[in-house]
Design a protein around this ligand. Structure first.
Ligand code: ADP
Length: 263
């Protein structure tokens, strides 16, 4: 079943959350970033067109600004994000260039995407980049829009991006294997749900908020993303970023994570 779905996939958006890219110290998890880059470069070599929606700017900025822990004040979070975004993209560019890949940075704001004219231009830019084999790295423009740093909502941004680039699959990588029938950080008997066909109220009731200090959206924003993506005709998978070659397993149709089938 998964096999059949995955055979038609060519264009993919991969969203990677703060909890995956940040160590317990609050600083960037370089090992995880490197694994992600290697996996994406490998899929790109196989002909997949990939766009990344990446969190982690604040974590990258903390090191640069010598902040021992994640700031609480919004202006300082914005400052860390602004400094960190450059550092993060530099790391992506360095790692991807080792595999001969070219990257581009796209900083979006949600209200910008609600404007038809700006949406049109964003679509054109991203089509031009994809047609030239560029791997786009998208984030919310945190210095001017504070939605993501206040709500941790790169999840819904990633679903909007999947729609903008006409992706067939959105993969949300997190610190958890997928959607469970209860919040696994509170209930150790919670079970992984392999497939969701309809996101109804019963499914929404299962989602709790983030269990970690750095993650913010939890499963609630991931289900909102799943609603946006599946209604736009895009399949979505939530999976664990810490598993080796997780992206390859998903693309090969292995039963990993939770699949939300497109409508
Ligand atoms: P990210 O930074 O990857 O977006 P979050 O911390 O925001 O990660 O979201 C993932 C977390 O959501 C999990 O680690 C878990 O603690 C929490 N969570 C709440 N409800 C559920 C659920 N039903 N199934 C899985 N995880 C859940």
């Amino acid at each position: 079943m998964r096999n059949e779905i995955m055979t038609d996939i060519k264009r993919i958006v991969v969203k990677v959350g703060s909890s995956s890219l940040t160590n317990d110290t609050g600083m960037i998890n370089i090992h995880r970033l490197e694994s992600l880059v290697k996996q994406i470069a490998d899929l790109h070599n196989k002909g997949y067109e990939i766009t990344i929606v990446s969190s982690g700017a604040i974590a990258a900025g903390m090191g640069k600004l010598n902040l021992a822990k994640r700031p609480v004040e919004i202006p300082l979070l914005q400052a860390a994000a602004a400094v960190g975004q450059v550092a993060l993209i530099h790391m992506y560019q360095k790692m991807f260039s080792e595999y001969g890949k070219v990257v581009a940075q796209l900083l979006l704001t949600r209200d910008g995407l609600e404007d038809e004219n700006r949406l049109f231009h964003a679509k054109n830019a991203s089509q031009a980049l994809l047609s030239r084999n560029v791997i786009q790295i998208v984030n919310e423009n945190d210095a001017v829009a504070v939605d993501e740093i206040t709500f941790g909502d790169n999840d819904t941004l990633s679903a909007m991006v999947a729609d903008i680039v006409n992706a067939e699959l959105l993969i949300i990588l997190s610190d958890i294997d997928g959607l469970y029938d209860d919040n696994p950080s509170e209930n150790e008997n919670a079970k992984l749900i392999e497939e969701v066909i309809l996101i109804n109220d019963d499914i929404k009731k299962l989602a709790g908020d983030s269990g970690s200090a750095v993650g913010t959206g939890g499963m609630i924003t991931k289900l909102t993303a799943a609603e946006i993506a599946t209604e736009a005709g895009i399949h979505m998978v939530i999976a664990n970023s810490s598993k080796d070659w997780i992206l390859k397993d998903i693309i090969e149709g292995k039963a990993v994570g939770t699949l939300f089938k497109r409508r």
